[in-house]
Design a protein around this ligand. Sequence first.
Ligand code: PBG
Length: 309
Amino acid sequence: MVRQNDLTVNDLVYPIFVTEEQNESKIDSMPGIERIPERKILREIEEVELMGIPAVAIFPVISEKKKTALGEESFNSSGLIQRVVREVKKRNYDVGVITDVALDPYTSHGQDGILDDIGNIDNDETLQVLTKQALSHAEAGADVIAPSDMMDGRIGAIRKELEKQKFKNTKILAYSAKYASSFYGPFRDAVGSKLSLGGGSKEQYQMDPSNSDEAINEVLLDIQEGADMVMVKPGIPYLDIIYRIKQEFKIPTFAYQVSGEYSMLKGAVDQGWLPKNAIHESLIAIKRSGADGILTYFAKEIAQDLSYG
Ligand code: PBG
């Protein structure tokens, strides 16, 4: 009766890896999560809808031969994500579709942007491709477009293009405070960008884990450029950031409990080293810090517990 914070299924967003391969495949570093083949995606969304999870975030697994230095496949209007969104939106499920705007699944070098001659990210060149990618998602019918790349000025550029093309109702969820974190490894296994990335790092555009004021500035810029919602990522190691952002801006603030957080918890629970309740505790902690919604690979598992627990 006096409990201050509550976790409900309405707080959850389920990230889904979709592949062009014929069959599902396991991700070794993410037990319990699979890459879902395109032909089975509607069934997956139906399951999510039945559980009452309000939204999914879809990430593509692109075959190696389609990856290029400039990531052109990212804005192919009949590419994997564009096809999947179109199919899902035709059905009018009660599930919001969030798409990821970033180039890493599509580049041969695994970076989120285009490289210049000496191997640095060319920010402005990248914005042009991201804008085309975002527009192709909006055209396919995505409800929310989520730029996760952390390039400067991308929210403004994308917002301007969407307005120009009359996509006034497409929402933008900006990954505004995304840290150069070591917790993304299993995701990179899942989408196959780890191999492409090799020893490369993303410190040129993602934030230094030692910084917190910078996160406030990044969010401020993204709001000014037209973001509807903002995201902090990872989740548990950055609760102070979620808290500050929510306090400061009172804007819908999401947290991403990323792949490495999932793997740690899932691994320990599967081994019997931690009780399953640790998962729930991690999510309520994120909620308590001020997050309005949480992207988590536990969404389906936890939704079931919340309904029948
Ligand atoms: C890249 C992207 C990443 C994640 C979502 N979008 C990884 C990265 O920056 O390399 C990570 C999500 C996770 O770890 O679950 N655009």
